[in-house]
Design a protein around this ligand. Sequence first.
Ligand code: ADP
Ligand code: MG
Length: 404
Amino acid sequence: MRTIVQKFGGTSVASKSSREMVMKKILDKKNSGFKVVVVVSAMGRKESPYSTDSLIELINKSTLSPRELDLLLSCGEIISAVVLSNLLNEEGYKSIVYTGYQAGIKTNDNFGCADIIDIDPINIANSLGKDYIVIVAGFQGANREGDITTLGRGGSDITAVALGKALKSQCVEIYTDVDGIMTADPSIVPNAKLLDSMCYSEVYQLAEDGAKVIHPKAVEIAQKYNIPIKIKNTFTKSEGTTIKNTQTIPSKDMKDIQNQKILTAITYKKRRVQVIIDVDSENDNTENLMEGITKNNISIDLINFFVDKKIFTIDKEDLTILENILKKGNYKYKIIDNCCKISATGYKMHGMPGVMARITKTLSREGIRILQSADSHNTIWCLIDEKNTDKAIKALHNEFKLYE
Ligand code: ADP
Ligand code: MG
């Protein structure tokens, strides 16, 4: 019999009526002959009582140990799984709930952002054999000692794909509150267009650059094991986005080039901070700085190193630690807070002249300054003031006609 993993995000399990929609999606698959494994996130977003954010508000994060914090955070998904199971039971369907630990998900010790190292799906397989709908609490596993760990925000996507691999699932369906992956965040660009088919590396890039719709680690696992993913809307009948191993080769024909869309999507990452350090070329102590950054697990990007200046960006969350390092080392530095990194991605951009010129012109027309930029063969990144985020995304989406 064929197995399918379906993952439902926070908004999909938020209320009784949304859970009824979830149940429909589960039963559609069950009734067409699939064994169904369901992965759920915690219920609702920020303000909901059992969401991850609400659980965090119950405690003082600075005095709680990472082990206990993970134990607390894992509860949101467990509550959600039991409530959904209860609904299925009420409707006469057999279902069973497993925590990540009970589902056999083994992780390393990295509390708060653990990596899955192995899955022993024996309990799930037994229950599927007895015709149960299996519901697994997402975003969690356990280390070798049996301590509960969590996989980082958005981690239920990782649970779903990793289970898909362990169970040799035909496909992993990620259900959310939008129709699939779109040319831009539809909450900012109402005429953003659904991308119906994409390759893993394209989606990975978008996810890394902030498109929340799927976790980059989930895409990484799917690509490694060639597991097809579908991103779908719990609340509509849209076919969604299929992610698989194909890539369109750009045509070199001039006529084709003119008709092609150079960009696939515009994404953004807020809460970035630009760091500019003046370096005394006689006494360059950048090496020490880099050591401090590595030791404290601070991830840096948009890295531009010159003889007399080192420029990079960090997440706002790491700013206090970084400033401590900079002060201790007597560095001369400037911080530009509240930045947003805009990404323009497209596989057809490679070798195409004039893309950066169009981006610069478009942003300048809107009165938006580019604080820094970088590029790869398929993406151009621009750092801008965070307050201009929506304006920049809308303008670029329009300029490159991504709505067509
Ligand atoms: P879930 O709780 O279901 O995991 P998320 O909030 O993690 O949902 O992800 C879905 C959200 O991702 C959407 O509501 C949308 O606002 C946002 N998003 C950002 N960029 C994109 C994009 N390019 N395409 C679709 N959604 C996007
Ligand atoms: Mg998510």
